[in-house]
Write a protein that binds this ligand. Structure first.
Ligand code: TYM
Length: 333
């Protein structure tokens, strides 16, 4: 008998359009491992309302994100693709895990500190307890790996702590998952300010998957490089953060190593390097953009994908939830 495949799970918030950081830090890694694992990927719509959303935009972006997942290469036949709010077990386990997550732990989360600084007029309970819901998202599916970018590692580590705490009291209920971080692309930085990570909150320094080629080229040509005197393409995250970030991006999209890139641009200045990175990104994103546009026009297909995804996800999640409810002492309905 075949041994069952290991399980991978991850999600992205549809709070903005998908960008190159999401693609290189997360989705590309998911696609490359489709055959190897049993895969669950979702639109984390419940997480987005920790910050105020325009309802119609959230609905539109959730479906666009699904179309983009598929266009990036996530075949719905081989990956369970679903919308978080369609599987009530997330909220249900989220509540239970809230009661096993400590105030001190939640207070240390970088994403909470960043987001509460940016939304000082709306520091709500959901923003604070967000990591307990994320722990539920993960633990419901008993995954082996959670493929995320560097910035989400802290949340996966908290998930491990919560799972271990729960298991310590009730026996082996949850599998303890590992974060799975790519070698190239785990932390893509902003093109205009390479000290910060690329994020939709700074659109000038952020390349979106659906952006037009000419706009992408313009952003790369204007990318901040470093004001050192040598002006050569050399990897040094400390001294040359701008060039090093562009090298990371080029490496992630072409598969070339950092040494190969240094050799390729030896004797050439930033003027040759920046458009070369832009072109490589344009060519990577072109088929994704075209395919996503095509898929998005087929609403019936998208509906069929997310319904089938929710059905499969609910089945798996329900099994874990029933076990948890029994362990904590809830009467079976
Ligand atoms: P989110 O929606 O902010 O980001 C989604 C994924 O993209 C990665 N990422 C990046 N990687 C490299 N460079 C960047 N500049 C960059 N920006 C974003 C993130 O690391 C992430 O992998 N809490 C999560 C969503 C979530 C989740 C989950 C993830 C909810 N439940 C369960 C995994 C498992 C978040 O806010 O990611």
């Amino acid at each position: 008998m075949d041994t069952p495949k290991k399980v991978m799970l991850s999600g992205i918030q549809p709070s903005g359009d998908l960008h190159l950081g999401n693609y290189l830090g997360a989705i590309k890694n998911w696609v490359e491992r489709t055959e190897q694992f049993d895969n669950y990927y979702f639109m984390a719509d419940m997480h987005t309302i920790t910050v105020r959303q325009v309802p119609a935009d959230l609905r539109r972006r959730t479906l666009e994100q699904l179309a983009q997942y598929i266009a990036c290469g996530l075949d719905p036949e081989k990956n369970t693709l679903f919308i978080q709010s369609h599987v009530p077990a997330h909220a249900q386990l989220g509540w239970v895990l809230n009661c096993y997550t400590m105030f001190g732990e939640l207070s240390r989360m970088t994403q909470f500190k960043d987001k509460s600084a940016r939304n000082a007029d709306n520091i709500n309970g959901g923003l604070f307890t967000y990591p307990s819901l994320m722990a539920a998202d993960i633990l419901l599916y008993q995954p082996d790996y959670v493929p995320v970018g560097e910035d989400q590692k802290q949340h996966v580590e908290l998930t491990r702590n919560v799972a271990q705490r729960f298991n310590h009291v009730y026996g082996d209920v949850f599998k303890i998952p590992e974060p799975y971080i790519p070698k190239a692309g785990a932390r893509i930085m902003c093109l205009t300010n390479p000290e910060n990570k690329m994020s939709k909150s700074n659109p000038d320094g952020c390349v979106f998957l659906m952006e037009k080629p000419e706009d992408i080229m313009r952003k790369f040509k204007r990318a901040v490089t470093d004001c050192d005197t040598e002006r050569c393409v050399r990897y040094d995250r400390e001294a040359k953060p701008g060039v090093s970030n562009l090298m990371q991006i080029y490496s992630a999209v072409t598969g070339k190593s950092l040494e190969e890139i240094e050799r390729e641009f030896e004797g050439k200045g930033y003027g040759a390097f920046k458009p070369a990175v832009g072109e490589a990104v344009v060519e990577t994103l072109r088929p994704i953009r075209e395919e996503a546009t095509r898929i998005l026009s087929d609403k019936a297909y998208l509906e069929q994908v997310y319904r089938a995804g929710a059905e499969k996800a609910s089945y798996i999640a329900g099994k874990t939830l029933r076990k948890v409810y029994k362990k904590v002492g809830f009467v079976a309905p």
